[in-house]
Ligand binder design. Sequence first.
Ligand SMILES: NC(=O)c1ccc[n+]([C@@H]2O[C@H](COP(=O)([O-])OP(=O)(O)OC[C@H]3O[C@@H](n4cnc5c(N)ncnc54)[C@H](O)[C@@H]3O)[C@@H](O)[C@H]2O)c1
Length: 273
Amino acid sequence: MTGILDGRVAVVTGAGRGIGRATAELLAAHGARVVVGDLDEAALKETVEALGGSGVAHAGDLTDPAVPAALVSRAIDEYGRLDIVVNNAGYTADGIFHKMTDEQLDAMLDIHLKAPFRLLRAAAPVLREAAKKDLAEGREVFRKVVNVTSIAGTMGNVGQANYSSAKSALIGLTKTLAKEWGPLLINVNAVAFGFVETRLTAVTSTVEHAGRSIQLGIPSKVREQAASRIPLGRGATPAEAAGGIFLLCTPWSNFVHGQVVTIAGGQAEGMSA
Ligand SMILES: NC(=O)c1ccc[n+]([C@@H]2O[C@H](COP(=O)([O-])OP(=O)(O)OC[C@H]3O[C@@H](n4cnc5c(N)ncnc54)[C@H](O)[C@@H]3O)[C@@H](O)[C@H]2O)c1
C-alpha cells in the first residue's frame, strides 16, 4: 500500500497519549515513520506498539534543555532524515491571575515556548540543509512544522494567564519561522485547538508529572458548560484534533503557510486575533 507520507520521517512530542498519540498514529497510518517523545515512558511504549513497527520512542522531559536536540538526533540515527516536526507536548497549571506564581508562569513558558523553540533550533540545520540541497538540484520538496497552540492563546481564557501567554508566544515563533523558512519551502503553521476530550479537559485530577504531583483537568461545572459554547455541540475527539495536524503535514496544505488554523468546532468568543 502506498501512503501520502511514504518515506517521510516525523517527530511528534507529547505522543504518549491524547492528541499527540492520535497524531503519531495518523502519520504512521499514512506511511510516515515517527519518533515519539514524552516524559511518560510507559504511555510512550503503548504508542509505539500502536504504530506497528513505524515508530520509535524517545522518553524524556522536554523542559530539560538537552531533550529536544536528543529527539532530533534520534530521528537521524534511526531513520537518517527528518521532514515533519509536531510540537504538541503540554499541560496546564491553571489559577486566577492575581494569585498566580512565578513558578506557574515559568512552567508554562518552559513547555509551551522554550521546548518547541529548542526543538526547532536543533532541527534547523537538518531541515534547512536538506531543503537547500533539494532546491539546488531543482526539486520542490515541502517540509512541515506544526506547533500546537490553543484558542486560549488566540482569545484568552479565565484562569489561564500563564498558559494563554505561552501559547500566544508560540504563535509569534510560528509566524517568524514561516518568514525565515518559507524560501526553503518549510511550511510552519500552528493549530489552535478548542475543547478536545483528553486528560487535560477531563474532570480535575492529580497526576504525577516529572516527579511532581500536579493538578490537571477542569471542574465538572465548566466541563458541562463547554459543549453549549461549541456550535458542533461537543468537544473534539483526539483523532479529530489530530486530523487538523495531519492536514498540515500533507502536500494538500503546501500553500498554507504561517497560519494559525483554529480547530474548535466553530467556537468563537469575539476576541479572536
Ligand atoms: N485538550 C484540549 O482541549 C486542548 C486544547 C487546546 C490545546 N491543547 C494542547 O494540545 C496539546 C496536547 O494536549 P492533550 O490534550 O493531548 O493532553 P494530554 O495530557 O492527553 O497529552 C499531553 C502529553 O504531553 C506530555 N508532556 C507534558 N509535558 C511534557 C514534558 N515536559 N516533556 C515531555 N512530554 C510532556 C504528557 O506526558 C502527555 O502524554 C498540548 O500542547 C495542549 O496544551 C489541548
